[in-house]
Design a protein around this ligand. Sequence first.
Ligand code: SR1
Ligand code: MG
Length: 429
Amino acid sequence: MSATLETRLGYAPQSAATLAAYLSCIPRVCAILGGDPSAWRIEEVGDGNLNLVFIVKGPMGGVAVKQALPYVRLVGESWPLPLSRAHYEHMALTEQARLTGRLVPEILHYDETLALIVMELLEPHIIMRRGMIAAAVYPKFADDISTFMARTLYFTSDLALTADRKKAMIAAFAGNTALCKITEDLIFTDPYRVAELNRWTSPQLDAYAARWREDGDLKVAVSRLKLKFLSCAEAMLHGDLHTGSIMLTPDDTRVIDPEFAFMGPMGFDAGAIVANFVINYFSHDGHEEAPGARDAYRERVLAMLETIWTSFREKFLDLWRNNATGDAYPTSLFQGVDGEARLEAERQAYMDRLWADTVGFAGAKMIRRILGLAHNIDLELIADKDRRATCEARALTLARDMMVNAGSYRSVADVANAARRLRVEMKSY
Ligand code: SR1
Ligand code: MG
């Protein structure tokens, strides 16, 4: 039976052949590209899971165009997906730009009917995941991403917003249910049951996949995380904050692709960063030219991860101390003799709880990239399946412990040390 795809009056997927005519009617875009539209070079370059992405270059400059398809590109027309995801992406990008300035690409034009966003062309930026696989160094990244997370999460939370504004944001993002459902299924459910779309490095990891499906402690842990994801509207999340959603150079960082944005638990975004750094750490055993050749880079990855979390924590706390404009923790309740001390202790406790959530979500995000549908090229590009499986088995083992024993990882250094230990102790899958 074929699936019914969304249709919308005026919607048609663009192609390299149709796009020049469309863009030629947008003066701002014409001014950037320059020259005659017949001379513009247009290429479809999308290698993500969901959308069309075009790079358009004219004699003066370039733009990027992203358009939603009415289905999941990775799987095909058998998996319909609403075009409204472009609406949520546009809304999130607009809010992120307001809160973080140049840490997101500039929007040049938005067409709700075509589910299409024209953005500044990020050049010579590359997808961070590709840079990290090649052991590239990004000295500004930890500072930039910790600012991005602190500002987007803090200023959309009850610590900064009044209850009416917070509820208005919840309402504005509440319709992004189809994208949330992808996460609910692919991250929190499918890897722990037999599911048609699951895949893993086989036969090497067959026994792991079977064990993970029979693990009661793990199923309880992932179900608790899923409940938090479903029910905890803490702040506006990017919703898919992995290293494939970041384009950068050593000097400039941009966070892209917030189509999974919704009001959810902060630890989900922070956990995505932790997960992808830990996966990258383990993956270098599959990429290094000779054993030990990437020792220094591996340590750099862990050092960067530690700086990201500690900077995020400090920046978030500073925002709270200086911008407590929300309805949570009313100032009038903390004005007594020990009021400020009690409030500061509570701020620290809040960050400790957020860290525990982050550890758990990171574990779930690591497991989905190894046993679920959508994998990371950090691991997928390792051609030797035995080497890849060893990297993956280490990541799976750490991820399981981070979910089941999240409370025993008191600091980001505990995660880093556990990763180092596993590399030494687990010789093979
Ligand atoms: C079917 S979409 C699979 C994954 O791609 C996106 O990048 C999200 O991570 C999603 O879970
Ligand atoms: Mg994406």
